[in-house]
Design a protein around this ligand. Structure first.
Ligand code: PHE
Length: 367
């Protein structure tokens, strides 16, 4: 209704005034109940209370002008009531919309919230955690070291002398621009977690029981079983009177804890520059129980890790910084295994690249 369409008052009796004001009050009420947004509220306010063109002012002007002096007080009182009602409505609407800056219609507290999709542990990380947990329960603590290593920690202190052919087995990725440094200081991507053995012993006197999970790098072309990045778990135990029997008992117990108590282990002679004697460890196939299946290539056994007694030459390097690593007084064993291979075996993953692909179709299978 336009302001110029103000209905004239029918008469000045209280009943007639009540009726006229009730009609306006209904109009206010109807409009106020439809207020949704901050803009709605502002329009409502301007329409009714606007100083120049407000409808309330227009009605008041029109009705008061034509009223006899006796009726003016009655009309004035009713205008005050009406104005108070409009202001109350504004306040209510403002609290729901303009007041908090949000549209009243945008908030429906009964709607379900936006669900966050829960992530799942990556199969590699899950395997990593499970292996670490097995050794933590045996009293080992967790150690870490840098992925960018020096030649000294990755090779020399582990008894790989410069030019030793065993270095060639590691397909090392070297950092560019290191040629001017002495060989021992040149940087490379660590090819195994074994350098953390040395770093740990340099930091603490014996005894040591430490488990070292981590990422390693080799210059391998990617195929179904190789990737330039992979992961190892390294173990090191050093104390007085540590024997090869301790090594066998520890690894046997760990393999049973990880794969199941019916799994058996067997040890074969091997070679690593930093252990002497060295061994490769096989476990009886946890999938077929040793009778032969695809996973164990029908041999009943799976080769899983390398290990050995810490070579006295390694203690020799460490004792330059920690003299308590005296090979005539202490001994120790170390072992290392590939996490990726174990995860692939456990979950039946045929291509190592899947672990690094970020492909959700692959990863969702582990959720
Ligand atoms: N570092 C060795 C490798 O990467 C594994 C190993 C660790 C062997 C500890 C013996 C003792 O092949």
């Amino acid at each position: 209704m336009q302001n110029d369409e103000i209905p004239p008052l029918g008469g000045w009796s209280e009943a007639e005034l009540d009726q006229a004001f009730a009609a306006v009050a209904r109009e206010v009420e109807e409009w106020a109940s439809g207020l949704r947004s901050a803009e709605d509220v502002e329009q409502f306010r301007l329409h009714w209370l606007g100083r120049k063109q407000g409808r309330l002012k227009a009605i008041s002007d029109a009705w008061l002008k034509s009223a006899p002096a006796e009726a003016k007080k009655q009309i004035g009182q009713r205008f005050n009531t009406l104005k108070a009602e409009i202001e109350r409505r504004l306040e209510l609407a403002g609290a729901g919309s303009a007041g908090n800056g949000l549209d009243a219609e945008a908030i429906d507290v009964t709607l379900p919230g936006t669900r966050r999709r829960l992530g799942a542990e990556h199969p590699l990380i899950r395997t990593w955690n499970e292996i670490v947990a097995v050794f933590q329960r045996m009293g080992y603590s967790v150690g870490v070291g840098p992925e960018v290593e020096t030649d000294y920690y990755n090779f020399e202190s582990l008894n790989f002398p410069p030019g030793h052919p065993a270095r060639d087995t590691q397909d090392t990725l070297v950092i560019a621009g290191q040629e001017r440094k002495p060989l021992r200081d040149r940087l490379l991507m660590r090819t195994h977690t074994s350098p953390v053995q040395i770093r740990t012993m340099e930091q603490q006197p014996p005894p040591v029981r430490i488990i070292i999970p981590g990422k390693v790098h080799r210059n391998d072309a990617a195929d179904a079983t190789h990737y330039p990045i992979f992961h190892q778990v390294e173990g090191l135990c050093v104390d007085t009177n540590i024997t090869f029997g301790d090594l066998k008992g520890t690894l046997d117990a760990a393999m049973k804890a990880f794969f199941g108590s019916s799994v058996k282990t067997r040890f074969f002679p091997s070679f690593f520059p930093f252990t002497e004697p060295s061994a490769d460890v096989q476990i009886s196939c946890p999938f077929c129980g040793g009778t032969g299946c695809r996973k164990c290539k029908h041999s009943g056994w799976i080769e899983l890790l390398g290990c050995g007694m810490v070579d006295p030459a390694v203690f020799g390097f460490v004792s330059q910084k920690q003299p308590l690593y005296d090979p005539s007084r202490i001994s120790g064993f170390a072992f290392g295994m590939g996490i990726d291979r174990i995860a692939m075996m456990k979950y039946g993953i045929g291509d190592i690249g899947l672990l690094y692909s970020g492909d959700l179709r692959f990863l969702e299978q582990f959720a």
